[in-house]
Design a protein around this ligand. Structure first.
Ligand SMILES: NC(=O)c1ccc[n+]([C@@H]2O[C@H](COP(=O)([O-])OP(=O)(O)OC[C@H]3O[C@@H](n4cnc5c(N)ncnc54)[C@H](OP(=O)(O)O)[C@@H]3O)[C@@H](O)[C@H]2O)c1
Length: 265
């Protein structure tokens, strides 16, 4: 698959994480990545790595074949409309990571453009994202390219676009949920005697190990929990107390509240 020049429009948290992931994975050379932003002060590390930094979106779009839109939902329409004459459906493919803006909306703003909607998370910076993608009017070759690109940056799953809001909550917001869980473990670890650095390492590596058991071994969580919960033991006592305090229920409620926030506003 030949290297394509990629323009990332909106080099904020996610846009710059994507640029870092593309660089670290070796999928793109620094000279093949352009990142745009109005205030480029936060992009020094990418600039130092050789990435082209631009304030002018038209310059970036003209040079690239792949346009990754990582703008906030409230200004994506305005920004894309401003540059719609610069887009060339015969040359460009548009990948939007913008929450809540549908493929139909994007096609309406930039008519004729092949559009892929992608929902990664910030672990894309270290090639550990889960990226959900859906698309319309895209060729087999184009979707193969997009999947290969996101596969380099973690794992990719194709979903029906109607599940994109759910993907946002479970995958993108999920990073924050998981981190808050780890943080609570660190706080608990400090209470029972560890210094913060040791508690952080134990908590994070334990969560990584638990996740790897599911991903690599394709196990069900409860199967693995059964292995740890000795009868009358300390694990089941702690676990049941967490459940009495609403552990699973609060997580499920949080997920549905986040989902309703996206869907109902
Ligand atoms: N963060 C996540 O975990 C995550 C995960 C999945 C999806 N998303 C979605 O990804 C999008 C970006 O999220 P984010 O967290 O990265 O937000 P962000 O940090 O605010 O990034 C958006 C960036 O767009 C830049 N921008 C605004 N107007 C611009 C323009 N006219 N031309 C070029 N750049 C412009 C802003 O920088 P300047 O003001 O300096 O121009 C800002 O840095 C959102 O739609 C979000 O819903 C985020």
């Amino acid at each position: 698959m030949s290297a394509k020049k990629i323009a990332i429009i909106g080099g904020g948290n996610l846009g710059s994480a994507i640029a870092q992931g593309l660089l670290k994975s070796g999928f793109s050379k620094a000279g093949d990545i352009i990142v745009t932003k109005r205030n480029t002060g936060t992009l020094t590390a990418l600039r130092d790595a050789g990435v082209q930094i631009e304030t002018d979106n038209a310059v970036a779009i003209r040079q690239a074949e792949v346009i990754v839109v990582a703008l906030k939902p409230y200004n994506v329409r305005e920004v894309l409309q401003e540059f719609k004459d610069v887009f060339d459906p015969a040359k460009h493919i548009l990948i939007s990571v913008v929450t809540g803006v549908s493929i139909d909306d994007l096609e309406h703003i930039v008519p004729g453009m092949p559009v892929v909607r992608a929902m990664p998370n910030t672990a894309i910076a270290i090639q550990e994202s889960i990226t959900c993608i859906s698309h319309k009017h895209v060729t087999e070759e184009q979707i193969r390219y997009v999947k290969t690109m996101f596969d380099q940056l973690g794992a990719t799953v194709s979903i029906d676009e109607k599940l994109m809001d759910a993907a946002t909550v479970l995958g993108a917001c999920g990073i924050a949920f998981a981190l808050r869980y780890i943080r609570a473990n660190i706080q608990g670890g400090i209470e029972i005697g560890f210094d913060v650095r040791t508690a952080s390492l134990i908590a994070a590596q334990t969560v990584k190990g638990a996740a790897e058991l599911l991903i690599r071994e394709n196990r069900h969580p409860e199967e693995e929990i059964d292995k740890v919960t000795t009868p009358k033991g300390c694990t089941i006592a702690g676990l049941n107390e967490m459940e009495h305090q609403g552990f699973s229920s609060s997580l499920i409620k949080g997920i549905t509240v986040s989902y309703n926030k996206i869907v109902k506003g």
